[in-house]
Write a protein that binds this ligand. Structure first.
Ligand code: G3P
Length: 218
């Protein structure tokens, strides 16, 4: 599968997120590739009824009821959101919070995508059994230099740890991925899919670039 983190890019602000998700829906159906979208938090409700998985970019470990300004999985679930990124490089949280949030998503039967920055974190967090671990070297994020080309050994190593563990965690990788070739290379190195942002969101023709990525994963 591939996961598109829309971050807070201006290109998907307001109603533009609807057009983006519709484009991804169409391509997901056409190529039978699972595409998940993480819209900006405040726009989730606009697209959460879509036929493809919608994930939050971040969740908070906060309780239902009298709490203010937090995004909590229990309420996301009621809005048909399917899961969340946890601990993205641009929104890191403590290991205690990571553990609690993975457990909470599991209880709610929602998907967890735990972001990590290096092999030490893959080893540390695979034990928590998230659905996905997404490895992203921070220095390559937004660089246009793909992790699959710049650091192939990192993906191979992460894949051997994740696939060698007893649990069902799958590996994603991301940072700097901008072409179908980058995606195919990531898959070849053992990644089940990719996590991408600027390479898709900032592209002039969403249809073209999403199709190119999808075809690389068929
Ligand atoms: O969450 C995806 C991400 O951090 C990678 O960003 O722009 O390098 O695809 P980008």
């Amino acid at each position: 599968m591939f996961v598109v983190n829309c971050k807070n890019y201006e290109e998907i602000a307001g109603d533009k997120i609807i057009k983006f998700v519709k484009t991804a829906e169409k391509i997901s159906k056409k190529y039978k590739v699972k595409i998940a979208i993480c819209p900006p938090q405040h726009l989730i409700g606009l697209v959460s009824n879509s036929s493809i998985p919608i994930f939050a970019q971040h969740i908070d470990d906060s309780k239902i009821g009298s709490t203010t300004g937090f995004v909590i999985p229990e309420l996301l679930k009621k809005s048909k959101v399917n899961g969340s990124l946890i601990n993205h490089s641009e929104h890191r949280i403590s290991s205690k919070e990571i553990e609690k949030l993975i457990i909470k998503l599991k209880e709610l039967k929602m998907t967890s995508i735990l972001c990590v920055k290096d092999i030490a974190e893959v080893k540390k967090y695979v034990k928590l059994n998230p659905d996905f671990i997404a490895i992203e070297p921070p220095e390559l994020i937004g660089s246009g230099k793909a992790v699959s080309k710049e650091k192939p050994e990192l993906i191979e190593k992460a894949a051997s740890i994740v696939n060698g563990s007893k649990n069902k965690t799958k590996l994603l990788c991301g940072a700097g991925i901008v072409s179908g070739e980058d995606v195919a290379k990531a898959a070849e190195l053992g990644s089940e899919g990719i996590l991408v942002a600027s390479g898709i969101i900032k592209a002039k023709n969403w249809d073209k670039v999403i199709s190119e990525f999808a075809k690389a994963l068929v």
